[in-house]
Ligand binder design. Structure first.
Ligand SMILES: Cc1cc2nc3c(=O)[nH]c(=O)nc-3n(C[C@H](O)[C@H](O)[C@H](O)COP(=O)(O)OP(=O)(O)OC[C@H]3O[C@@H](n4cnc5c(N)ncnc54)[C@H](O)[C@@H]3O)c2cc1C
Length: 518
């Protein structure tokens, strides 16, 4: 077994992992940066609407919007950190250093937009492809930074801890301590042990465990499942946010329709053209996401319709083409000219508000293991996330975790443990079984643990997933690991964790909505 030693091992090269890597490497530490695929195959690259850049001297307005969106549940300390440190992080990295091409007005001022749940215009954007504009610059910077070794097509399999994978069995009496990760080189099929002084989970979200999701393929909560297996604390996993407006066509990847379209005047209507959101919430179509997603689901259940529509007739055609070129082009390719026709939309799983519990420096309850970005949960989002907070959370959490790790690394971190040898079974995995099982995880989650949950549905989901996990584990023990098999193993585990968290929480709050009579 090949062993690679490093100072920092970062699992995930989205905005959180990449910006952590930049900071650690610039402080003089060796960084191994792993991703499932190419650097731009991350949800960070797909972000459309924008990132909050709140320069209002009064911090209470943004604070109040985050609190309101979360239904009063978000962690005040995490909000305070985001509101305090967010503008600095955006300014120093995105505006000054990387000079990301955010939209500006003729006088050169940043163009500010609004999204659901925001009472102010405070979101900067690069047309409707903000994530790509940011990530393209970040990836260039990472690739030009000495000290970072990028490993594409490496899938983290299991974290190394003294209690689980140390070759010396006496190590298991030590406190819960991480010293790296086994990862599969999906190009060669070889499992490599990365031994690291600091290991960072930045593997993104878990939307992919649901049948309909806005997420990149592979977003199945890898970090959550890996953390669970070593005893890390998980929190708030029942709070899975469903984005209300997703354009779905059979056989194609669901395509998110940014809330910024509603911020600019788009309105949700039903098949008869009725503005059904006006009766639901004072903000109408711009109500917080959980409210809109639930209202759409309810409306579809009551009417038997397949979708609702986003009516853009209040927006000028030139403005739509200029401000939302990616959405315009995508829908046009799907047969909808959004300058003339409403967009058919449904909700889809989008963002995990919960995750691996982390303090405001990314630290988990496992020594030398941090979690940042969407994988982590500091309580910033509580039961429901305010739009456009997550890219900002990536920047803030990565910076603060890197700063804390750099201090510790400078003081000296010693890892003496050696990982146990990895042996892979010789048998090849049957791809049909893997595909079918993943489909079963996704449909089970969509139908029984989705937007509207009930104790009976959750119990059914649990039974199905427990049996499935048994099969998959047997399968995993018997077969040579592949990316698909690792994904399936983590998907079923994460799904069970979400169902378990949902079953334990009878209180409907934010994105977790329980109906007892179903
Ligand atoms: C369509 C869409 C639109 C969005 N729009 C916005 C928006 O406008 N504004 C906003 O603030 N937020 C938006 N979000 C949310 C935001 O993009 C994400 O929450 C954020 O980008 C997550 O960043 P991350 O770095 O935590 O994870 P990601 O960007 O998802 O990166 C995860 C990384 O982990 C890697 N990885 C996963 N598992 C493993 C493993 N086992 N081993 C190795 N590597 C692994 C992946 O390959 C990837 O590199 C949007 C999300 C989507 C899906």
């Amino acid at each position: 077994m090949k062993i690679i030693e490093t100072d920092c091992l970062v699992l995930g090269a989205g905005l959180a992992g990449s910006t952590y890597a930049l900071r650690a490497a610039r402080a003089g530490f060796r960084v191994e940066l792993l991703s499932l695929g190419e650097p731009l195959q991350a949800n960070s690259d797909w972000a459309q609407g924008g990132i909050i850049y709140d320069t209002d001297p009064d911090p209470t307005k943004l604070t109040n919007d985050i609190v309101e969106a979360s239904d009063g549940t978000a962690n005040p300390a995490a909000i305070a950190q985001l509101v305090r440190e967010g503008p600095v992080a955006v300014k120093e990295l995105l505006l000054e250093e990387l000079q990301v091409g955010f939209d500006r007005d003729q006088a050169g001022r940043l163009d500010l937009t609004r999204e659901g749940g925001h009472h102010e215009r405070r979101i900067i954007h690069a047309k409707d492809a903000t994530g790509h504009a940011i990530m393209a610059s970040v990836v260039r910077s990472v690739d030009a930074t000495p000290g970072i070794t990028r490993r594409r097509n490496f899938a983290g399999v299991d974290l190394l801890t003294l209690s689980h994978n140390a070759a010396d069995t006496h190590e298991r009496y030590e406190p819960l301590t991480c010293f790296g990760c086994y990862a599969l080189d999906t190009g060669t099929g070889e499992v490599v042990a990365f031994v690291a002084k600091k290991t960072v989970l930045a593997t993104g979200g878990l939307g992919g465990i649901f049948l309909h999701s806005t997420n990149q393929p592979g977003s199945v909560g890898h970090g959550v499942a890996m953390a669970y297996r070593v005893g890390a604390r998980l929190i708030d996993l029942e709070y899975v946010q469903f984005h209300p407006t997703v354009f779905i066509q059979p056989g194609t990847q669901p395509f998110l329709i940014t809330e910024a379209l509603r911020g600019e005047g788009g309105v949700l209507v039903d098949a008869q053209g009725r503005r059904f959101m006006d009766a639901v919430h004072p903000l109408g179509s711009l109500a917080p996401r959980d409210v809109v997603a639930r209202a759409i689901k309810q409306h579809l259940t009551e009417t038997g319709d397949n979708c609702v529509y986003l009516d853009l007739s209040a927006l000028k055609a030139d403005f739509i083409r200029e401000r939302f070129p990616a959405i315009h082009a995508h829908c046009l390719a799907g047969g909808i000219d959004i300058t003339r026709q409403p967009i058919p939309v449904v909700p889809a799983a989008h963002f995990s508000c919960g995750g691996v519990h982390a303090d405001l420096h990314g630290r988990t309850n496992v020594r030398h293991l941090s979690a940042i970005g969407e994988t982590a949960c500091t309580g910033l989002h509580g039961a429901n996330r305010l739009a456009s907070t997550s890219l900002l959370e990536c920047l803030v959490s990565a910076k603060s975790a890197a700063q804390a790790d750099i201090v510790e690394l400078k003081a000296g971190v010693t890892i003496s443990a050696k990982p146990r040898e990895w042996t892979s079974p010789a048998r090849e995995v049957d791809p049909m079984l893997v595909r079918q099982d993943l489909q079963l995880v996704r449909t089970t989650m969509w139908n029984y643990a989705g937007i509207l949950r009930s104790p009976r549905r959750l119990a059914r989901a649990r039974r199905i997933l427990l049996e499935l996990r048994e099969d998959i584990q047997a399968f995993y023990r018997d077969c040579r690991p592949t990316r698909e098999l690792i994904e399936l193993r983590n998907a079923v585990q994460t799904a069970l964790l979400v169902v378990h968290a949902a079953s334990l929480n009878p209180v409907s709050k934010g994105c977790h909505y329980v109906v007892t009579e179903m």
